[in-house]
Design a protein around this ligand. Structure first.
Ligand SMILES: [Zn+2]
Length: 246
């Protein structure tokens, strides 16, 4: 038997035209949900909380109330997906922290695309706020993270952020791949190709350290996503790396 994790990012298009929430988020997600229902499958949905928080911030100053409509529609959609059994987890595209809404459209910053492009303090706040928002919407704290654009390195910072927020699963690694651009930077050329492994300081180096406690990792919190991985989760404090997608 093979356990397959169906994971996806829930985010606006990050180019010059960000698209509408109906076309980029709501309709595609509802179509996927219908397919999932047909096959009795559930998704792990990595929600870009940096976008949601920025959207909420700007909604106060948007006299047309379009942004407030977007925010409340997305929150309702995520609550509904969570109630249906899909798993809502943390995804952060840091460029949203520097992006602005001007004349009815988003101007997305391209200079703060990676986690390493923002300060440690900003990263700590983005994680803390993102976890709190997901908990507020779904009633459950996230325990898994995917870095925007796969760019999770250096993982010494990631480890600290995981420990502070009780995140212990990563889904940012794209094994065997290397990419350097203004927006993205990662080197997973040495990452193991196994679907799940433990790591500590370096996300590319598997470790078998036993530092966890069973109670800290209540597998009920993620339901379907943990099927088949209970033993691994019971024994690792810092996290797993799993294959990710952009
Ligand atoms: Zn993404």
């Amino acid at each position: 038997m093979i356990d397959t994790f169906l994971t996806l990012d829930f985010e606006l298009f990050l180019g010059a035209q960000s698209g509408t929430i109906e076309n980029c988020l709501i309709r595609p997600m509802e179509q996927l949900d219908r397919i999932a229902k047909k096959h009795n499958a559930k998704f792990t949905i990595f929600v870009d909380t940096a976008y949601l928080i920025r959207l909420d911030n700007f909604s106060d100053s948007d006299s047309d109330k379009n942004l407030w409509h977007d925010y409340t529609t997305i929150v309702r959609e995520l609550k509904s997906l969570s109630d249906k059994g899909h798993d809502i987890q943390l995804h952060i595209h840091p460029q949203w922290l520097y992006s602005n809404y001007v004349n009815g459209r988003w101007e997305i910053d391209q200079k703060h695309y990676k986690l390493s492009d923002i300060t440690e303090h900003e990263a700590q706040k983005a994680f803390r706020d993102g976890c709190e928002l997901i908990q507020k919407i779904t009633g459950k704290r996230p325990i898994a993270f995917r870095a925007g654009g796969f760019s999770a390195q250096p993982t010494s910072l990631l480890k600290k952020l995981f420990e502070e927020n009780e995140i212990y699963i990563d889904s940012s690694v794209y094994p065997g791949n290397v990419y350097h651009s203004l927006q993205q930077k990662y080197d997973y050329s040495n990452a193991p190709h196994g679907t799940i492994y433990h790591f500590e300081d370096d996300i590319c180096v598997p470790t078998h350290a036993l530092r966890g406690t069973r109670n800290a990792w209540d597998t009920q919190r993620v339901g379907h996503a943990t099927r088949g991985t209970r033993n691994a989760w019971d024994t690792q404090r810092v996290g797993h790396a799993t294959r990710g997608t952009l």
